[in-house]
Design a protein around this ligand. Structure first.
Ligand SMILES: [Zn+2]
Ligand SMILES: [Zn+2]
Length: 331
């Protein structure tokens, strides 16, 4: 499927999709129940492909790859290393797959790549002078480390009977509903913390590190300052306030840990072959990396539309964004 059917290149060679950043027909007024139901069960829709994929990986991570809950009752280095290794392998496989295909093998060259340039490999603004090495370092040494700390501490709390654990035989319906709602909670949490860390001094201390990636690649997804990682993975704390199952924590952290990879891929679509390509929902967040003060949300909740911070890629929306930013400057 050729790029020109989906967008065009500007004078500088930047790819501009024809599509506009939009939301599913589910949070609209007047309500459109038939359209909403259709969207929920279609592909792409609420469940497929992303939501069920991350829930599935999270369930495998808890039921097959994690130590039993009793082992979390004591805080030990062996347990931490096991959890850190498990999460590192998930990250390495998932981020590595996008990076290998798009940036090492360059399987589709710059077809559907927003920015025609490849990541910077000789700049002092990145650790080791390389955007990719900097991103990988921050991903594992801060991102996966803090993710694993949240996992260990929350499950330590649960293993020491400080929460109300559910029994799967009696609460299967509740268990499934909670797992499927994680996606929405993550959307809301990400928007809230993202707005917060765009304010000074948090932006300067922390979020600036992530925004060095003006031309993001998959490894930019979790390349954040440790302060931002603490805010980011705090999404898992919510589940301490509800009847609890360890899988809620693991699925939430897996969703937070893995979902930034496609969103930062730097490509709008991935080509399977010359005839087929798939939209990976990265356009809204790419625009955030390019223009900073728009599209703080990155999911299905239309929070940017509700709060007036949406930039959908159109000329009209660009003018609105520019007017909003110059008004903010004057205020
Ligand atoms: Zn980002
Ligand atoms: Zn940001």
């Amino acid at each position: 499927m050729k790029e020109k059917y989906f967008g065009e290149r500007d004078r500088k060679g930047h790819y501009i999709p024809k599509k506009r950043v939009s939301y599913p027909p589910i949070f609209i007024w007047p309500l459109a129940p038939i359209q909403a139901l259709k969207w929920i069960f279609s592909v792409p829709g609420y469940f497929l492909p992303w939501n069920l994929f991350y829930v599935g990986i999270g369930l495998v991570s808890w039921f097959i790859l994690s130590p039993p809950l009793e082992d979390y009752a004591k805080l030990g280095i062996t347990n931490f290393l096991l959890v850190f290794a498990k999460n590192s392998v998930l990250v390495l496989i998932y981020y590595g797959a996008f990076h290998y295909r798009l940036y090492m093998k360059r399987a589709q060259d710059i077809d559907f790549k927003f920015n025609p340039k490849w990541p910077i490999e000789n700049s002092k603004q990145f650790l080791f002078g390389s955007q990719t090495k900097d991103n990988i370092f921050l991903t594992f040494c801060s991102g996966v480390f803090i993710w694993s700390c949240f996992e260990i501490f929350i499950l330590w709390f649960a293993a020491n009977n400080k929460v109300n654990l559910i029994n799967l035989d009696e609460s299967m319906f509740y268990f499934v509903v909670m797992l499927l709602l994680i996606h929405l909670w993550r959307d809301l949490h990400f928007y809230l913390i993202h707005r917060l860390i765009h304010y000074e001094p948090l932006y300067k201390w922390a979020h600036k590190t992530h925004h060095r990636n003006i031309n993001p690649g998959p490894w930019s997804g979790l390349a954040m300052h440790p302060i931002e990682h603490i805010f980011y993975f705090s999404c898992a704390l919510l589940y301490l306030f509800f009847p609890f199952h360890p899988a809620f924590i693991i699925v939430t952290l897996v969703h937070a840990g893995l979902s930034p990879a496609p969103g930062h891929a730097g490509f709008e679509r991935i080509k399977a072959d010359d005839e087929t390509s798939f939209d990976i929902d990265s356009y809204a967040h790419y625009l955030h990396h390019k223009y900073f003060e728009c599209n703080y949300a990155d999911g299905i909740l239309p929070l940017d539309r509700w709060f007036g911070t949406l930039y959908d890629g159109s000329e009209e929306s660009f003018l609105k964004m520019r007017a909003r930013l110059s008004k903010n400057k004057r205020d």
